[in-house]
Design a protein around this ligand. Structure first.
Ligand SMILES: C[S@@+](CC[C@H](N)C(=O)[O-])C[C@H]1O[C@@H](n2cnc3c(N)ncnc32)[C@H](O)[C@@H]1O
Length: 282
């Protein structure tokens, strides 16, 4: 019932079911009943702001032609976590510089490494990749790379492009790298921004991993980072998405998953080379 005893609306079961089915089908994200109150607390102002009197009215509206995709994306934003940090799961970056990159440069005639950060959130992951590669380039100047970063949320992509963060976020970035790659915000000393010459080295794209095609070339990528994204998907959807990644990787290319994710029990042409690092066979 939508009785606003304390002035806030309650979401009826049917409205929640419609929303959660849509979110799972279109975005792969599961929305358990426990997320209902979270949705209510976040959407309350939105519903009232639109002058509506119930969630039923709101849900009817966002699925109608009158509404824009932006309203649905707003709901998706509320139910997904964008938690991330610089140098998260640092062993992955260590593996890149200590094991993968020396071999890559030795074995390949070409030096153009292609990396995709899928589910990049607010940019800390692609910027960590950028800093890692730039540091490596100091001793290996012939290394060239291209970095693509994508997310389903337009809002987080905008933050990533802007590349500005609270200074506390820099705690996980080695001090010398902070000096090299970031500058203090002129107006707010508690904020730092990635320097423009580095910000522009990352290309951003809006990609829903649930879509059949990502608009990327087959067998073209050397590395895909998709960490802490698939964990919210059902197992069979995870497998379908990883299979699409396999088609985009070159033979020998690497897939990095988050530390609590695994491909155990999936039928995929990948072999594990490190915990949560998988190599495409071929
Ligand atoms: C927890 S963050 C992970 C960020 C980063 N990869 C890391 O490990 O720190 C998960 C990100 O996945 C994105 N995401 C969720 N479902 C998605 C989908 N269907 N397609 C693309 N991105 C999605 C979310 O918007 C969110 O920014």
């Amino acid at each position: 019932m939508d009785t606003p005893a304390d002035g806030s609306f309650r979401m009826d079961e049917e409205s929640f079911a419609r929303l959660s089915q849509y979110v799972t089908q279109a975005y792969g994200i599961q929305l358990p009943a426990t997320k209902r109150s979270l949705l209510e607390s976040h959407l309350d102002e939105k519903v009232k702001g639109l002058g509506m009197r119930s969630y039923k009215e709101f849900v009817d509206f966002i699925f109608s032609n009158e509404s824009s995709e932006a309203e649905l994306v707003h709901v998706i934003d509320l139910v997904t976590t964008h938690k991330t940090e610089f140098f998260r799961e640092a062993s992955h970056f260590h593996f890149l510089t200590q094991q993968f990159l020396p071999r890559f440069l030795e074995e390949n005639n070409r030096s153009n490494l292609k990396i995709w950060s899928a589910g990049c959130s607010t940019g800390e992951e692609p910027y960590t990749l950028l800093m890692t590669l730039e540091e490596y380039k100091k001793g290996n100047p012939h290394l060239a790379y291209s970095l693509l970063a994508s997310d389903i949320s337009v809002r987080v992509i905008q933050t990533a492009c802007h590349g500005e963060y609270d200074i506390e976020k820099m705690e996980t970035v080695p001090r010398e790298m902070v000096h090299t790659y970031l500058q203090r915000d002129k107006c707010d000393p508690k904020r730092m921004r990635i320097k423009p010459q580095y910000r522009t080295k990352i290309q951003y794209k809006h990609i829903n991993l649930m879509h059949n095609s990502y608009g990327l070339m087959k067998n073209d990528l050397d590395i895909i980072f998709c960490r802490n994204v698939l964990i919210y998907f059902e197992k069979n959807i995870q497998e379908q998405v990883i299979l699409k990644f396999c088609n985009l990787l070159r033979p020998g290319g690497l897939l990095f998953l988050g530390h609590s994710e695994s491909i155990l029990g999936m039928d995929l042409p990948l072999r594990q080379v490190e915990p949560t690092v998988y190599q495409l066979q071929g």
